[in-house]
Design a protein around this ligand. Structure first.
Ligand SMILES: NC(=O)c1ccc[n+]([C@@H]2O[C@H](COP(=O)([O-])OP(=O)(O)OC[C@H]3O[C@@H](n4cnc5c(N)ncnc54)[C@H](O)[C@@H]3O)[C@@H](O)[C@H]2O)c1
Length: 244
């Protein structure tokens, strides 16, 4: 295993869940100290204890700006630096367009979009001369979607837009921002999907990837090997988006 993150500090949000845990595990295996941020503080702490490097778990609702600020401060207090933020926390809910209320929309947007925006703001404020790398976990739903997932698809599409703006505004501060678009990934989020249960959406088992596939792409984009890659969107979906 490469050690591309030796001496570096990364925050991974939604890190108590399937893909987030895999990303934190990969970055730690490559030497990073990790702040695992999740609504579920206890689960984040036990997941952090299982990592290869000295890491911490913190309770953080990414939709609350003061909690995001506290999470970033926890990294700075502990290690005095912040190099990488992976905005992975996400929420997917299911209703048809006629059923959604304003509160339903805001519930998804505050986690899937605003959470990433709050962390992005903090990275730009705190990155220092070394700069930093942001990786936003979007979804294939950012570009193609199915019925009953409008706020999720809209939030993920907006996350790609935020990624581009961050690449532009971050350039002078050496902050890169890229997005990964997972396809169907083997996690509880996938199999609890009501669209799959009802048959609105079908997935061939060969089109299902592993959390480690996403983690490998994130590790590349967060590393110096991707120093000339910013504002990009990388689909990691086994080719689903390429099909007619
Ligand atoms: N699993 C898939 O097939 C798939 C496909 C495309 C995109 N994604 C995206 O990948 C990311 C991770 O998905 P997953 O499948 O691992 O999901 P998951 O539900 O297993 O994990 C999500 C984690 O985010 C945390 N979380 C939820 N709201 C939060 C908040 N307000 N603040 C902090 N943490 C919060 C949860 O506690 C959980 O630990 C999400 O952004 C999701 O949209 C997943």
């Amino acid at each position: 295993m490469n050690r591309r993150f030796e001496g570096r500090v990364a925050i991974v949000t939604g890190a108590a869940g399937g893909i987030g845990t895999a990303i934190a595990t990969r970055l730690a295996a490559e030497g990073a100290n990790i702040v695992m941020a999740d609504l579920k503080a206890d689960a984040a702490q036990s997941a952090a204890a299982a990592l290869e490097t000295e890491s911490i778990g913190v309770g953080c609702d990414v939709g609350e700006e003061d909690q995001v600020e506290a999470c970033v401060q926890a990294a700075l207090d502990r290690w005095g630096r912040l190099d990488v933020v992976v905005n992975n926390a996400g929420l997917m809910t299911f209703k048809s367009l006629g059923e959604w209320t304003g509160d339903d929309w805001l519930k998804v947007l505050r986690v899937d979009l605003l959470g990433a925006a709050f962390f992005t703001k903090r990275v730009l404020l705190h990155c220092g001369k070394r700069g930093g790398a942001i990786v936003n976990i979007a979804s294939v739903h950012a570009v193609e979607t199915s019925a009953n997932a409008a706020p999720y698809a809209a939030a993920k599409a907006a996350l790609l837009s935020l990624t581009r703006t961050t690449a532009i505004e971050g350039r002078d501060r050496r902050v890169r921002a890229n997005a990964v678009l997972p396809g169907a990934i083997e996690t509880p989020m996938l199999w609890q999907n009501p669209n799959l249960k009802s048959g609105v959406e079908t997935i061939d088992k060969r089109d299902v990837g592993q959390p480690a596939d996403i983690a490998a792409a994130v590790a590349f984009l967060a590393s110096d090997e991707a120093k000339f890659v910013t504002g990009a969107s990388l689909a990691v979906d086994g080719g689903r988006l390429a099909k007619l």
